[in-house]
Design a protein around this ligand. Structure first.
Ligand SMILES: [Zn+2]
Length: 283
């Protein structure tokens, strides 16, 4: 691992927000410190080359996994990535399955999201003065389709290329955590027709959209949620075990997705702020 050098070393075009399993084996990784008007991101960022693209990794929970989902500085993570030049972001995450057919080891590429979080800043453009003295305007961004269609297509193609028949679409319900759902909550989520439940998918997706970044979620089911299983309910040990068993496979898929992401974006993610003045310059 080498220390960050000049500007060229601080440049990337694809961001991955996930665990250490995704970069720990890369040969030549550059570690850099990034600060933002929202404070520091979850940890130092790691930059490496995959499939001819420069990729920046953010360890979402910090490298010691010291940040629970509700304390992650999502704004700093996204801002830091954009400040390096990143325009496409992949967000792998662990989720619980809300249907019995989405058992452990299922990979789902959601196309919808329901926000059930409670106390997380979820906008850069909230009218509040920032630490650097600048003040954003209030902006309302379209979020009808929260995920990048090109990124989703690339993720599904990459999974299938690795013989992983990923579920195309579905709704990710994002809860505040860090506790898991009660059985009643879980049954309610399932009864709404939602597919999986996680703790980090929001506000990551909307903050990416506000910065005109493409964002794609890859949700790995590590357990059946409390309402969908008949045992003792979800345990952290169970989640970690299934994640460990699938992380290598998910890494292969992610790296393949990187190579499949279009170099020239033709989706609408890059014009999310069109016609609105955010009042602050994006990095
Ligand atoms: Zn896009």
């Amino acid at each position: 691992m080498s220390a960050g050098g000049g500007d060229a070393a601080r440049q990337a075009d694809i961001g991955v927000i996930g665990g250490s399993g995704f970069y720990s084996f890369l040969d030549d990784v550059t570690e850099i410190t990034v600060d933002t008007p929202y404070g520091p991101p979850s940890d130092t960022l790691l930059l490496g080359d995959i499939a001819g693209r420069r990729v920046a990794f953010v360890p979402r929970h910090g490298r010691g996994h010291h940040l629970p989902p509700h304390r992650i500085n999502y704004r700093a993570n996204l801002w830091a990535l954009r400040s390096l030049g990143v325009r496409q972001v992949l967000g792998p995450c662990a989720v619980g399955g809300l249907r019995s057919e989405y058992g452990p080891g299922t990979l789902l590429v959601p196309d919808q999201l329901v926000d059930r979080t409670k106390g997380r800043p979820q906008s850069f453009f909230d009218g509040e003065p920032r630490a650097d003295g600048t003040q954003p305007n209030v902006v309302h961004v379209s979020f009808a389709d929260p995920y990048c269609p090109a990124g989703r297509a690339a993720a599904l193609a990459a999974a299938r290329g690795q013989d992983w028949d990923a579920v195309d679409g579905g709704t990710m319900c994002v809860i505040e955590g860090p506790r898991f759902s009660t059985r009643a909550e879980s049954r309610w989520h399932a009864a709404q027709g939602w597919s999986v439940v996680g703790m980090t998918g929001h506000p990551e997706a909307i903050l990416a959209r506000e910065l005109e970044l493409c964002y794609t979620s890859l949700a790995l089911v590590t357990d059946l949620d409390a309402g969908a299983e008949v045992g003792e309910g979800v345990s952290h040990a169970e989640v970690m075990e299934v994640f460990a068993a699938n992380v290598g496979r998910l890494r292969e898929v992610l790296f393949d997705v990187v190579g499949r992401l279009p170099k020239d974006r033709d989706c609408t993610c890059g014009t999310a702020l069109l016609g609105q003045d955010p009042g602050i310059a994006l990095p």
